[in-house]
Design a binder for this molecule. Structure first.
Ligand SMILES: O=C(O)CCC(=O)C(=O)O
Ligand SMILES: [Fe+2]
Length: 331
């Protein structure tokens, strides 16, 4: 299968998932990451089962201090509360995954803009894009520390997958080398707009339309009380999502999912899973929702090639550009 065909199939499939659908309860595996080096086999087994079956799991005892997560959330809120004129100084540059955007991401599944704004940090591309210490004190230092912690957790998870795929233990760490200028993993701070004063028709839209992620692995930090994330692990014969399951925003856990890049890189052994963020119902909390997602994306010059060679080799750069082009197409 050539690369163009692969991309189109994925994108066409994404367009089929716009409707509300049914809801069903499913268990999301919870995995204890403590004592990682001594327990790596056991952890790897649990991760592999979760990643090949449902494609979603929640990590606890993951080693990121709760204080740092709380500080990053607090600073994210301070950033989004800046006046629009301040945030405009840091515009998202097309194709870069760096900078601030307001309702620019249009999901192929819905054809409408997600009701959100985001600020994305891709470290080698941040020149001129950091708010200074007057706008949000200590923002850069906190986000850089938080980014590194997320990278490190992601590499531990990916190393377990490398062991089982027959790669060397550090295979994915080398492919996501965070010191290289080709590094393109992204920390995305997200603010979904509060719905307290919204018009009834605004509730027809999605906070985030149904999608699979483009990356290898997503580490999502949610705030208790700010739910709405749902996943759907399968598709019916017509390509529609089978049923949706709420992913609870538990305190202290990192919610992880496999993205399409790793699905391809693993010759489809690891499962990328469709998910979305729905609007609150009238009786639920209607205030703003904040989340932070770290997307581990292979460096631009890393060649994605599965152990069995199911797909043509493709660089990390080409893969991400193909997917960004379909989501931010208006620029
Ligand atoms: O905010 C969330 O809970 C999920 C965000 C998400 O799926 C994404 O940005 O890819
Ligand atoms: Fe996502």
């Amino acid at each position: 299968m050539n690369d163009t065909t692969y991309g189109l199939q994925e994108l066409n499939a994404e367009k089929a998932f716009g409707g509300m659908g049914e809801t069903v309860e499913r268990d999301i595996p919870q995995i204890d990451m403590s004592d990682y080096f001594n327990r790596k086999d056991e952890i790897g087994e649990a991760l592999w089962a979760a990643a090949t079956e449902i494609g979603f799991f929640q990590l606890y005892n993951h080693g990121i201090p709760q204080e740092l997560v709380d500080e990053a959330f607090w600073m994210s809120e301070q950033f989004f509360q800046l006046p629009e004129d301040s945030k405009k100084q840091f515009p998202l540059k097309p194709g870069s995954n760096a900078g601030w955007e307001f309702m620019e991401q249009v999901r192929p599944s819905t054809g409408t803009a997600d009701r959100k704004e985001s600020y994305q940090i891709t470290l080698p591309r941040m020149t001129g894009l950091w708010p200074n210490g007057v706008e949000v004190p200590a923002f850069k230092a906190t986000m850089m520390a938080f980014e590194r912690h997320n990278w490190s957790v992601a590499m531990r998870v990916l190393s377990c997958f490398a062991d089982r795929l027959g790669f060397t233990t550090d295979f994915f760490t080398e492919g996501h080398d965070s010191d290289a200028k080709e590094y393109q993993s992204t920390l995305r701070l997200i603010h979904y707009l509060g719905m307290e004063n919204a018009k009834p028709e605004d509730f027809k839209f999605w906070r985030a339309g149904a999608h699979t992620d483009f990356d290898c692995l997503t580490l999502l930090h949610q705030k208790p009380g700010q739910g709405g994330l749902q996943l759907s692990p399968g598709k019916d014969a017509k390509g529609r999502a089978i049923a949706w399951t709420d992913v609870p925003p538990l305190p202290g856990v990192i919610t992880c999912n496999i993205g399409d890049m790793l699905m391809r890189w693993s010759d489809d052994k690891l499962q990328s899973t469709l998910h979305r963020v729905r609007m609150p119902r009238p009786e639920e909390y209607l205030g703003p929702r904040y989340s932070m997602a770290y997307f581990a994306q292979a460096n631009m010059d890393t060649v994605l090639q599965g152990p069995e060679g199911k797909y043509e080799p493709m660089t990390g750069h080409d893969y991400i550009q193909m997917r960004l082009g379909a989501n931010f197409a208006k620029k």
